[in-house]
Design a protein around this ligand. Structure first.
Ligand code: GRA
Length: 320
């Protein structure tokens, strides 16, 4: 971790603004993670992208909670982990309040507890921990999987365009794909193995994709990159659980909890490899894990999530 990467999110937004025209800056920085301060340790967050389920995207709530927590710690501290429970569905019609409790300021570690509130009730409870930079003789990591580079893969949008040109596509499949194309998701994704990623055939519960924030964020703010990675990390975890089950489709899925550990500095506006797998499913729940790799092979972060998954059989003639 470099000293200059410890600025807090507010400072970074300003320095990025000076470097980059407004329309090139990531909407994650200008809008989604740009919380409004209402009082000491009290913030308000608004929504940018809302999933088809019409419940708030979990990654957005985690990312915003981490922004709120990070605002109450010093510049010399780095986010190293967070643990969250999603206790109620988020309502896209109203903003979310984030109330920060300064649980403990230690010599090395500092803990914050954040409650995300709507309609007077918590929708997420989150604990985040920060640490001062400390050297360690103990250093190891798994090797990064060998996969094609992002330049050799298609984006989700390019893949959808390809599927749209297939002659045997049903009208409802076309409509679904066009809806997906029209959605302004603030991240770019490139699946490593698209047919497997989109469950065209059953396969092992493992998938890899490259992802980065759309637009420019800049180098200067490590805490903000952690918040963006927290946002992105919720995109594809639960879907990984479903990969072996091509005979079923999701009827109700929602993440129950989410934990994340940050290991190294990284840029969330540069391509990172997300390696997701699911070691277990049962009792209408599934466990999914993800490792986030920097392009140079450094393990940047790890996360784990459990979700509720209720499924129904796929209709025989469905093309999607
Ligand atoms: C997890 C829950 C739903 C748990 O609350 P609960 O009252 O215990 O809910 P529930 O009883 O499980 O009901 C949920 C739903 O499951 C149905 N259900 C319940 N039992 C059965 C059954 N035996 N068979 C068939 N269906 C059953 C219920 O009728 C509910 O369905 P409904 O909402 O009525 O359509 C709640 O705590 C909650 O909503 N928490 C917030 C979860 C959340 O919003 N997470 C973040 C968003 S998800 C996300 O971001 C991931 C996106 C990416 C991805 O999908 O991969």
């Amino acid at each position: 971790l470099k000293e200059e990467q410890s600025k807090n999110p507010d400072e970074s937004s300003e320095s990025s603004a000076a470097q980059c025209p407004q329309d090139l800056r990531s909407v994650l920085v200008t809008s989604v993670l740009n919380l409004e301060q209402l009082d000491i340790d009290l913030y308000r967050g608004t929504h940018h992208w809302v999933p088809r389920t019409q419940r708030l995207f979990g990654g957005q709530i985690i990312g915003q909670a981490l922004v709120a927590a990070a605002k109450s710690v010093g510049d010399n501290l780095y986010a190293h982990s967070l643990h969250c429970y999603f206790v109620r569905a988020g309502d896209p019609k109203v903003p979310v309040l984030y109330q920060v409790d300064r649980t403990r300021d230690g010599r090395s570690f500092t803990v914050r507890s954040v409650k995300a509130i709507q309609h007077g009730q918590p929708i997420l409870i989150c604990q985040a921990s920060f640490q001062v930079l400390q050297p360690s003789p103990l250093q190891h990591q798994f090797p990064m999987p060998v996969v094609p580079q992002p330049e050799d893969l298609l984006t989700v949008e390019e893949l959808i365009q390809r599927y749209l040109s297939k002659p045997d596509l049903t009208e409802s499949a076309k409509q679904g794909l066009n809806k997906l194309l029209a959605t302004e998701v603030p991240i770019e994704m490139k699946p490593v193995s698209p047919a497997h990623f989109y469950r065209f055939a059953p396969g092992e519960p493992r998938r890899l994709f490259w992802a980065r924030a759309r637009g420019y964020i800049g180098e200067g703010d490590m805490k903000l990159h952690c918040c963006v990675a927290a946002y992105v990390s919720d995109f594809a975890l639960l879907g990984t659980v479903l990969l072996p089950y091509s005979k079923y489709k999701a009827r109700f899925t929602a993440s129950l909890d989410h934990a994340m550990w940050f290991h190294s500095t990284f840029r969330s506006d540069e391509w990172m490899l997300y390696e997701c797998d699911s070691p277990w499913a049962g009792s209408s729940r599934g466990l999914a894990q993800c490792r986030l790799w920097r392009r140079d092979g450094v393990l940047a972060a790890s996360c784990s999530q459990e979700g509720v998954l209720r499924v129904k059989p796929v209709a025989e003639n469905s093309k999607l």
